[in-house]
Design a protein around this ligand. Structure first.
Ligand SMILES: Nc1ncnc2c1ncn2[C@@H]1O[C@H](COP(=O)(O)OP(=O)(O)OP(=O)(O)O)[C@@H](O)[C@H]1O
Ligand SMILES: [Mg+2]
Length: 431
């Protein structure tokens, strides 16, 4: 791990961070209270407050580990330290991510104490970490450390200001910004959408080995399994579309939709994470002829990048819709859409220039077929907005949810999302 970063680089990095947060989004939204946890520093005799457990996953430059204990150094004097006894009774005992007390804490010290006391969740199978730490991998090259630290800092800035039930919660920071011990303390997720897609594929295969061959749309799987999977897929797709609607409403683009960047919490609710490529669409980036924005070419992960982004034309919100269309196709077909095109030249030739898309299963509900074909339309002007997608998927969710539990859940999620729009709209009018 590279330990020293030059003064010159730190100046440049700070300028980049200031640039990334200069837009309206950061002026009109308020950052939540985000406490910092010490990471060990022998030279300054600071103890590491976080005990890390197993690796939960890794990306290109970062790794995510569970936090198995938070042992506070006593450095919060004067910051309104509270003991658990000060917390209202409904916030004691077993709580999880969704129950993290809202609008209750007055200081970062209170949050640190709460998180330290509630770091583990006990259930019938043992105790599990509630929080995870995202930090740089130890063996990155100098260039990757520098880029990774800037991405991680930008991600922290966006996450501190984003507020939606289907977006991962940033609960804290760790270490010193722009040093290799910097990290993000996040709610811990239990499986990624990629893992869930593997599970759906296995369920589908099981159904086929029982002689009930078919896929999600074909009606040949036993009806209960097929409908159960359809409800799960449409529920996740609906929640993701609501999160994306909220992100676009803030005039941000996410730019990294893929099954590895969404996951499920302990309740099975989907969350988008990995905001390293998130970007505000500021007016200086606007390209009048296209109505899109001058943004870095090929940002994202190849099999989900929209043609206009891939070939270096201006792009914007419709690029996220394209990625969503690919992802939805994959969730419904239990396959990767462009797995056979790993070479950028082939992707350019087939997907970008010749409009190749895999066939959509004709026995899927018609509304879902239309959503996919419109979302990955080669012409970005014809793609639906996430506002429209969220409405259509909400209707589809009601149609496919026949049992009362699913219906109740879909009502709850519709309500949760509606509430977050109201909170957001209120905020906008107050600034
Ligand atoms: N909160 C979390 N809880 C559990 N696992 C997580 C969490 N966040 C991320 N992960 C796991 O770690 C992996 C890497 O995380 P993330 O995508 O944020 O890192 P990254 O380095 O920015 O990735 P990328 O290569 O996509 O840029 C995820 O794909 C997932 O498997
Ligand atoms: Mg990722």
């Amino acid at each position: 791990m590279v330990e020293t970063l030059s003064e010159e680089w730190i100046d440049k990095a700070q300028a980049k961070l200031a640039n990334a947060s200069k837009g309206n989004f950061f002026q009109t939204t308020e950052a939540r209270l985000i406490p910092t946890f010490d990471r060990g520093d022998d030279a300054a005799a600071i103890d590491d407050e976080l005990t890390l457990g197993k690796i939960l996953g890794e990306g290109a430059f970062c790794e995510v580990k569970e936090i198995s204990a938070i042992k506070l150094n006593n450095n919060d004097a004067g910051d309104g330290e509270v003991t658990p006894a000060d917390l209202p009774s409904e916030h004691k005992g077993d709580t999880d991510e969704a129950d993290f007390p809202v609008n209750l804490f007055q200081s970062k010290a209170e949050i640190r104490t709460y998180m330290s006391d509630n770091c583990l969740r006990e259930d019938g199978t043992g105790s599990h970490s509630r929080y995870a730490l995202k930090q740089l991998k130890p063996n990155n090259s100098q260039k990757h450390v520098e880029q990774g630290l800037i991405d991680l800092s930008i991600e922290a800035k966006f996450l501190a200001n984003l507020n939606h039930p289907s977006i991962i919660r940033l609960r804290g920071l760790s270490g010193t910004p722009l040093t290799t011990n910097f990290g993000l303390v996040l709610d811990r997720l239990y499986m990624t959408l990629e893992d869930q897609m593997d599970a759906w594929t296995a369920t589908k295969k099981d159904s086929m080995s029982n002689g009930l061959c078919g896929c999600l749309g074909m009606g040949k799987m036993d009806e209960e399994t097929r409908m159960g999977m359809l409800v799960s897929v449409v529920t996740a797709a609906y929640d993701l579309s609501c999160a994306m609607r909220y992100i676009h409403d803030q005039n941000l683009v996410y730019r990294d939709f893929k099954p590895e960047n969404a996951g499920f919490d302990v309740r099975g609710d989907v969350k988008i994470f990995d905001f390293g490529f998130c970007k505000e669409l500021t007016t200086d980036l606007f390209d009048k002829p296209s109505g899109q924005y001058k943004l870095t070419k090929r940002t994202g992960s190849q099999p989900y990048i929209a043609p206009e982004n891939f070939v270096g034309k201006p792009y914007g919100k419709p690029s996220d819709v394209f990625s969503f269309g690919v992802l939805l196709w994959e969730m419904l077909h239990c396959k990767f859409a462009f797995y056979h095109l790993p070479n950028p030249k082939d992707y350019t030739d087939l997907v970008c220039n010749r409009d190749f898309r895999p066939a959509i299963d004709k026995s899927l509900p018609l509304r879902l077929q239309t959503i996919i074909s419109e979302s990955w339309d080669p012409d970005y002007r014809k793609r639906p907005t996430f506002k429209r997608l969220a409405i259509q998927l909400g209707v589809e969710l009601r149609d496919v949810s026949s049992d009362q539990d699913a219906l109740n859940r879909s009502e709850q999620m519709l309500d949760k999302s509606a509430r977050s729009f109201r909170v957001n709209a209120k905020k906008k009018t107050t600034h």
